[in-house]
Design a protein around this ligand. Sequence first.
Ligand code: ADP
Length: 479
Amino acid sequence: MADTLHVAYITPEMVPFAKTGGLADVSAAFPKALVRLGHRVTVVLPRYGSISPPPGKLAGPVPVSVDAVPRTAGFHRTRTDAGVEVVFVEHPPFFDRSGLYGWDDDGPRFAFLARSAVEYFRARGERPDVFHAHDWQTGLVPVYLKALYWDDATLRRTPSVFTIHNVAYQGQFAADTLGMLGLPRHLGNDFALGYHGGVSFLKGGTVFAELVSTVSPTYEREIQGEEHGLGFQDVLRTRGGDVVGVLNGVDYEIWDPRKDEQIARRYTAADLDGKRACKADLLRAFGLPGSPDLPVIGIISRLVWQKGFDIVAEAWWDLLRRPVRMIALGTGDVDVQAGLAELARRAPDRFAVRFAYDEGLAHRVVAGSDMFLMPSRSEPCGLTQMYAMRYGTVPIARSTGGLVDTVEPWDPVTGRGTGFRFDHADGTGLIWAIDRALDTRRDPAGWETLMRNGMARDHSWERSAREYVSLYRRAMSMA
Ligand code: ADP
């Protein structure tokens, strides 16, 4: 078996081109780590309207059929400084629109992405060693490979790995979708893509890939049960030992206070002075009084129910009785936004919120806060708690998913641990953890140890990338 693999990495998001959440960060950092290990990676994603002008040279067009309309895909090819090949699928009727998802024709749009990605390699006469597809948007990659390309002269028996970054998004469409997508209609049965009377692209990827992964070991166990499986647990259970949890990693070239150019002053674990400047800068940016001693709890998140911000609202009056301030940066559901806006209105000198998507400001929140709050009901992996630790910002997190695998509870006796965790997804649980944090902070030496423990944690991609390489080899031996 060749030492160097060629991985076709199909994703709907990648930093810096298109991002709605953690998958975009992962799709930049993880391929980079694979290239550093000596492998070749071709990332394929749509050329959305926001990616303009499109980077790289245009190749194609290649006919790609996913409905009755004759369609062709063009391919802009480029290479990042880190040596990752990136291919943008060009098809303006589907992708030159505002936003990434949420259109009525998302089914054919992302079927087109999946099929174009496969056709790209076929047109070049190139067979990758493995396809790695991510989330429902690319769930049809393993399906097309098996249903239409298994005996193809170029792509014969190419295996695939499918990663579920969040089981809550299942890509469900009407039952008649498959016929339209050029797939055999019988794949709509319950042993294939059939799901609650329709079809699910997430199920397609899960059933047809050689191996399935998800983004942390705890989440892998959780989603096989009722509470976190959200109906998908039975599908996952059919795959038994073929489902594995591999923790996501962090790109420390982007998220490290030692070299971060987006923060007020850089700092290190040995010299934390810069962090005070970052805190002053953050308070100014959010218009809060500049008292340096009062701790600041930072939040950066998509504002959706899963992330637990109604728990913050529930705990609000108890929180106000504590010597803390809160700063939140996020976008999302109108209800969650309205709740947070109301809190900011009631206590303008204690709580400030910005409803925006702002990468630069996210770096300033991570660097300038003392604590970082993640009250998630469910958290597949979570990246921001790992960013926070590197910046000496102590996470306070609910015990779920990747938060369990990355935040080690502080133990004042041994001086070990990197943060605080609470089990109960309610106001009492949250306040309990915040009180632990505030108690600990009364001892400056202990607090600094805690900060430095987090800063010393290594969550870089290298180890996880090696784990994925063994998964790829296992998938190859199965095809
Ligand atoms: P999820 O993928 O569920 O949204 P993650 O913690 O895995 O959660 O990833 C979230 C990513 O999105 C992080 O990089 C975080 O900094 C970023 N992010 C979320 N909301 C915002 C925002 N309003 N502004 C800037 N970055 C944000």
